[in-house]
Design a binder for this molecule. Structure first.
Ligand code: URA
Length: 265
């Protein structure tokens, strides 16, 4: 048999990119195959469950089980009195594995006093680098969309359901979404906008507790309950989807006009 030629570095990198590997997680490579040969670690003694409290998954602790992380996020988010406190708390939260592969927390951009808040799914590569939501290609389109109704980042507030970039832009798992949910819920409560716009299916389904798809939900006004107040909420297409399917921009324009009408009314 003729041996395969050793791939060049360029070929290897092309292979990794096609496989979705587009960022390095550490300075040194880890040989996972060697780990298979290593003796299995001895089972740790079973510990009694710890009571759940916010500091249980703060800095310096191992990643907790998802239900503990969700309870801890809930408890922590509930106590954040201001947006700054919420940002700091999320910065120190260790309960979501995405934090460890992302470069940094992507908290929000825009004016926290704005009457309108846009919520996307999760940061991508550009957002992970800059630490701001919607700064890549879809962000440029979002700026054009909101500009068409006279808004910009000084009159609107922009964030995501998930504040850390999923590696390779993969879809966040349901567990990751549930862990991050209390933070975005508290975020909305603190900004307290008059209008909440959910961008795309994941944000809409997560925040408006619906299983209907974006084709059915877009352009329909929902009520978002913060516990203190009811906020009018409108799902529309995610700008990344509009970049792939520009024919839906016509419907997105209808949604934007509907938003402008409510803000004016
Ligand atoms: N897509 C999102 O959902 N959010 C961003 O911040 C960027 C791209």
């Amino acid at each position: 048999m003729i041996p395969e030629p050793t791939p060049t570095v360029r070929e290897l990198l092309a292979f990794y990119l096609e496989a979705g590997v587009d960022c390095a997680l550490a300075e040194e490579p880890v040989d996972r195959l060697a780990e298979l040969d290593a003796p299995a670690p001895r089972a740790a003694p079973v510990e009694a469950p710890r009571p759940v409290a916010a500091p249980a998954v703060l800095r310096g602790e191992a990643a907790p089980a998802p239900d503990v992380a969700i309870a801890s996020a809930r408890e922590a988010a509930r106590t954040a009195p201001t947006l700054e406190a919420l940002r700091e708390l999320m910065q120190n939260f260790e309960g979501c594995a995405l934090k460890h592969t992302a470069t940094r927390l992507v908290f929000a951009d825009g004016n926290p006093q704005a009457r309108i808040m846009f919520v996307g799914e999760a940061p991508g590569r550009d957002e992970d680098i800059e630490g701001l939501p919607f700064v890549g290609r879809s962000g440029k389109l979002l700026d054009l969309m909101i500009g068409a109704i006279g808004l910009n980042r000084t009159t609107a507030y922009i964030t995501n359901v998930i504040p850390w970039r999923p590696p390779g832009n993969r879809t966040p798992t349901p567990q990751e979404t549930q862990i991050c949910l209390p933070f975005i819920q508290r975020h909305i409560e603190l900004v307290n906008p008059d209008v909440l716009v959910t961008l795309g299916n994941p944000s809409t389904q997560t925040l408006l507790s619906t299983r209907e798809g974006i084709m059915r939900t877009r352009g329909r006004w929902f009520e978002y309950e913060t516990g203190q107040r009811t906020i009018r909420a409108l799902p529309t297409f995610h700008p990344a989807y509009l970049l792939r399917s520009p024919s839906y921009k016509r419907l997105a324009w209808q949604d934007l006009r509907s938003i402008a009408k409510v803000l004016a009314g």
